[in-house]
Design a protein around this ligand. Sequence first.
Ligand SMILES: NC(=O)c1ccc[n+]([C@@H]2O[C@H](COP(=O)([O-])OP(=O)(O)OC[C@H]3O[C@@H](n4cnc5c(N)ncnc54)[C@H](O)[C@@H]3O)[C@@H](O)[C@H]2O)c1
Ligand SMILES: [Zn+2]
Length: 364
Amino acid sequence: MSAKLREHTRLTVPQSKVSVPIYVGNDIYAEVKNIIALDTFTKVGVLMDKNVAYHWGESLHKVFGKKAVYVIIPAGEEHKDMATAEKIFSSLIEHGFDRKSLLINVGGGMVCDIGGFVASTYMRGIAFVNIPTTLLSQTDAAIGGKTGIDFGGLKNMVGTFTHPLAVICDTLMLTTLPEREFRSGFAEVIKHALIADKKLFQALYQSSFGDMDEEKLAEILSRSCDIKCTIVSKDAEEQGLRKVLNFGHTIGHAIEMLSQDTNNPLLHGEAISIGMIAEARLSLLAGLITKEDFSNVEKIIAKAGLPSQIGKSYRKGIYEKILGDKKNEGKKIKWVLLNGIGKAVIDEEHPDKLINKAIDYIIA
Ligand SMILES: NC(=O)c1ccc[n+]([C@@H]2O[C@H](COP(=O)([O-])OP(=O)(O)OC[C@H]3O[C@@H](n4cnc5c(N)ncnc54)[C@H](O)[C@@H]3O)[C@@H](O)[C@H]2O)c1
Ligand SMILES: [Zn+2]
């Protein structure tokens, strides 16, 4: 194994004998050939979206050569659907992929999710590898075994729990990301720090998000991957603990969905940042964190250049999306809240009055 390629951490789920190596480094994507014995597979497919193919297609051709099958899908969440999955299935069939073939997903969360879904269902499941190319996918989507597509207007409605053979997180690939996408990815890193790691929080607090050097980025990325692995390994199928990863996502998802119908849709990380402010506010109102903790949450999100508020037109929609449905079923929302910086609690129930106050806080 080359000097620059070091397995950083491993996601293990003892009950299901899952053990996925995660590699983090700079300029390591080509090492996939040393990690996976490509020759032992009957076919190798490389799945990318159009943007990834534009920036990395040529370099990937150099790694995988003419024998590999390159499948290119349109970019964007709106294509993480059954129609695109069908196109990938058809390509695999057309090129004679069988149960001993391999799919390599190179892309953001969209490509890793749909590629993982197709691989885990094609001929009842073939092996796949994730080479995530966005900060969000490197720290979150590519690790943990959740695969899926959106269906009937609902996010991740159809999918499986299936792990890749390996995950390769290359910071070099992040250099071609648009600035806004790059910043947005920090939301999940901040989330990991807030729910599980005060030291990571402090490291982030002291860094300059705008021009982080490659070494610092790899360090933060590695720590963030560790947190995701630790949490998932204790609760692979989201029975309990894994829910902490949803911090900021109850209100964040509502904002993300509402923003899709506007002229200025928010990126996932941007919506989650606002969601984290609201849910940290609820943690403060519930007496779980101090004013100082709350102010630190606000400061780190501002430092990362991520938004913390949303326009008035969202007020009613957020309420309806998160409270309306549950109320009709006579149920209460179970929140993931902070219990200090670096600690989270799940299944918190709170009165509508507090929830409304927390929502009011993020309305500009
Ligand atoms: N499976 C999970 O556990 C999990 C967790 C979190 C999010 N997700 C999913 O992840 C998806 C969001 O992921 P995302 O934010 O990575 O979005 P994405 O995959 O849509 O990528 C964002 C944009 O960046 C482009 N891009 C990707 N890599 C690039 C690169 N290196 N250079 C230039 N452009 C590049 C893409 O083409 C796209 O336009 C959502 O579908 C979400 O549901 C899944
Ligand atoms: Zn998220």
